[in-house]
Unconditional design. Structure first.
Length: 196
């Protein structure tokens, strides 16, 4: 992968999270009787919802951009974190393809897979970052991964569902965006390997 192409794909780690957060903020604010504290983000893309197209677009942009971002992440960070990032992106496309009101069980399966993968990505990065000498980044990755896991677990076990879900996903999005910024700044946590 050329340096320029890698930088373009790395932008996906910024574009995806920004588009996703912008979609749920804008659609949530424009919807009567919708509570971002109590209602899940997926309700905004439910079949028949007036915000369905806008929120589905947010899911799709996130899914495509984050899946693309996994490739440059693989080139600069040893270990399987990039796989978790790719799974997060692809699972989000599944969430968009199977909205609430169409097949809720398939939707929940894709959402659950995306949650697990988004939580795993920063946790899987801790060891490689530490081994490469990035102790502060490794610690930040550990903290963000644990916060993401706690928030997503709380979102499926107790209320307020919407608040916990948004907090956890935003923490995961911060990790994605921070990695993209590091790649764009030329930082590398693994040796350059030919053919990547």
């Amino acid at each position: 992968m050329t340096c320029r192409r890698g930088r373009v794909l790395a932008l996906g780690g910024l574009i995806g999270p920004v588009a996703f957060v912008a979609a749920w903020v804008a659609t949530g604010l424009s919807t009567d009787h919708y509570s971002p504290v109590h209602d899940a983000i997926s309700e905004l893309a439910r079949l028949g919802a007036p915000t369905r197209v806008a929120m589905t677009t947010g899911f799709v942009v996130f899914g495509v951009a984050v899946t693309a971002y996994a490739r440059p992440l693989r080139a600069v960070l040893a270990g399987p974190s990039w796989i978790a990032v790719a799974v997060t992106g692809m699972a989000t496309l599944g969430v968009a393809a199977f909205p609430l009101g169409f097949d809720d069980s398939v939707h929940a399966a894709f959402a659950g897979l995306g949650y697990v993968a988004l939580t795993a990505a920063p946790l899987l990065a801790v060891g490689p970052l530490r081994a490469a000498g990035f102790r502060h980044a490794a610690f930040a990755s550990l903290v963000l991964g644990l916060l993401c896991a706690a928030g997503l677990l709380l979102s499926v076990t107790s209320g307020p569902t919407g608040l916990f879900q948004r907090a956890a996903l935003t923490v995961g999005d911060i990790w994605l965006a921070a990695g993209a910024v590091a790649i764009l700044a030329g930082r590398r946590a693994s040796p350059v390997q030919p053919g990547r």
